[in-house]
Design a protein around this ligand. Structure first.
Ligand code: SAH
Length: 518
């Protein structure tokens, strides 16, 4: 049982896109007791850690200098000695300029068991993501990965390069030259490569935040690239690529959502489904799973006698999932439902029900709460009772309609949706590069506009924050239905309503189609 206790895993976190994290890395995070991570690690990867896992940021951040390498080594050793399962999570591959080698050596010295989980290095992936083939038949027969960081720079005086001429020899190399940590030294690197024999006309390109939703590519030549980087404000992490391969742009524009950057919000299940569909159509997707489904104790407390109800009514797939989970926990055999009929709001909810082996008896033609309530009311015979199993914060119209019709019913809020404020904040930080954000519920809209604004000093979406004059609201706000649209209108001034697109069909498929609509 205590296997791997006191062991350290040096894990590569990949270049940024969470989809490029390895399966073995995710497994390591999933069973970690302590994780030490850097600035370059996508914070979303930490969501996979078990509850109670200690997450320690050891990188340099705004206003702190981070731990020294020696302090990091000591911390890893201390945690391992305490018998913890330690994961040291590092951007890209742990042994590509990550000082992973030094950490492994420190562990060897202390005789602490460790193992290395390779990662997808940015030195290769950032180029591919930007459409640059790192080798190309007849043009680039090798590639060379070089640090642009000069070791003694920290101790050298301003303007003086401690290792003058260090890049000159690379000027005579064939193939693709890939410089990491190069932003601060661009003029020196470019100048010395030319001094070493490279033509000033050699294609040179910078890839900033490769593989992420913020990826940016700047194209120039050895002569121009440093000036362009300064003009356009390129900041780390970025990679400099020099050589004929840097002139390629191998990214297809042939799909309907090619070039689009879409933020997808909602619950984990909804986001995963939507983002797979949108990516399939060529979009770059930022997944913001900021809504969590939290069960309430209402069903267990109420413990209804299902034989008394003719109809069970569901308004979401989440409601269906929660219901079956909760009755299982309550030790209720599914055959107790055998006399009930089932109504669902739309095909997604119907599918969730079918996943549990039950075909819905009724689904309205238009997928709204009102249509559903009215439809079931029309089918219910005199004296039959209805049971709605849905979100605590669901629309009041369902109960209103049934009351008006004089029906006997119960309306149980068996779950609630809660917003993860950190995840909302992360999405807001990306809002300036997104052309579209999708909302699959009114609660998703509420969370996006209202979460923790005051505490973080975040002025909220659409506000003119640090960047006056530039609104951070995406061009299109796509919502799944009229309730979601209403929630958006309430929070936006009239002149912004033109950004709103509403799905014609209130389903995930409808949302995707609304994204395709100009
Ligand atoms: N071990 C890492 C590299 C660490 S050195 C790896 O294998 O990728 C840090 C440098 O990596 C940064 O200064 C930058 O040059 C590069 N880098 C890391 N992630 C990057 C990304 N997503 N886009 C562009 N460059 C990146």
């Amino acid at each position: 049982m205590n296997r791997n206790k006191g062991m350290v895993l040096l894990v590569g976190a990949g270049p940024g896109d969470p989809g490029l994290f390895t399966r073995r890395g995710a497994e390591a995070v999933g069973s970690a007791e302590v994780i030490l991570y850097d600035r370059l690690v996508n914070p979303g990867l930490l969501d996979g850690a078990p509850d109670g896992c200690e997450k320690i940021f050891v990188g340099k951040g705004v206003g702190n200098h981070g731990l020294s390498q020696k302090e990091i080594n000591e911390l890893i050793i201390r945690k391992a000695r305490e018998g913890k399962r330690v994961v040291r999570l590092k951007g890209g591959d742990p042994f590509v300029f990550g000082r992973g080698g030094e950490e492994a050596l420190a562990l060897e010295e202390e005789n602490i068991p460790y193992s290395v989980v390779p990662g997808v290095t940015s030195a290769v992936a950032a180029l591919a993501a930007a459409g640059i083939p790192i080798t190309h038949r007849g043009l680039a027969r090798s590639f060379h990965v070089i640090t642009g960081h000069t070791m003694e720079r920290d101790t050298a005086h301003a303007g003086e390069s401690a290792e003058q001429g260090r890049f000159v020899p690379y000027g005579s190399l064939e193939g693709t030259l890939v410089f990491l940590m190069a932003v601060a030294e661009l003029p020196v690197i470019a100048g010395e490569l030319m001094e070493g024999g490279k033509s000033g006309k050699t294609p040179a390109c910078l890839v900033e935040q490769g593989t992420t939703i913020r990826q940016r590519r700047i194209d120039g030549t050895l002569e121009t690239i440093a000036g362009m980087a300064q003009e356009q404000g390129i900041r780390p992490p970025a990679i400099l690529v020099v050589g004929e391969a840097a002139a390629f742009h191998l990214t297809s524009r042939a799909l309907p959502l090619s070039g689009r950057r879409i933020g997808v919000t909602g619950t984990f299940a909804m986001v995963r489904k939507l983002s797979a569909d949108l990516e399939g159509l060529g979009a770059q997707v930022f997944e913001a799973c900021y809504l969590k489904i939290v069960p309430t104790s209402v069903l267990a407390r109420r413990n209804p006698d299902f034989e008394q109800f003719s109809w069970l009514v569901f308004t979401s797939a989440n409601g269906v999932e929660q219901f079956f989970e909760q009755i299982r926990d309550m030790d209720i055999d599914i055959r107790r439902l055998s006399r009930c009929r089932f109504a669902v709001i739309g095909p997604g909810t119907g599918q969730a029900l079918w996943n549990h082996g039950i075909r819905a008896d009724y689904m309205p033609c238009r997928y709204t709460v009102e249509e559903l309530a009215q439809g079931v009311a029309g089918l219910a015979l005199p004296g039959e009772r209805l049971l709605a199993l849905r979100a605590g914060e669901g629309s009041v119209n369902l109960a209103r309609i049934w009351q008006r019709e004089g029906l006997g019913f119960e309306d149980l809020g068996i779950y609630e949706t809660r917003a993860d404020e950190e995840a909302v904040r992360t999405l807001r930080q990306q809002a300036d590069v997104l052309d579209t954000v999708t909302f699959a519920s009114a609660s998703g809209v509420r969370a996006f506009f209202e979460s923790a604004r005051s505490r973080s000093g975040d002025p909220g979406p659409g506000a003119e924050g640090e960047n006056p004059g530039k609104r951070r609201l995406p061009q299109r706000l796509v919502c799944i239905g009229n309730k979601t649209e209403e929630a958006l209108r309430e929070r936006l001034p009239g002149e912004e309503w033109g950004r709103i697109r509403t799905a014609k069909e209130y389903t995930a498929k409808g949302l995707v189609e609304a994204c395709l609509d100009g």
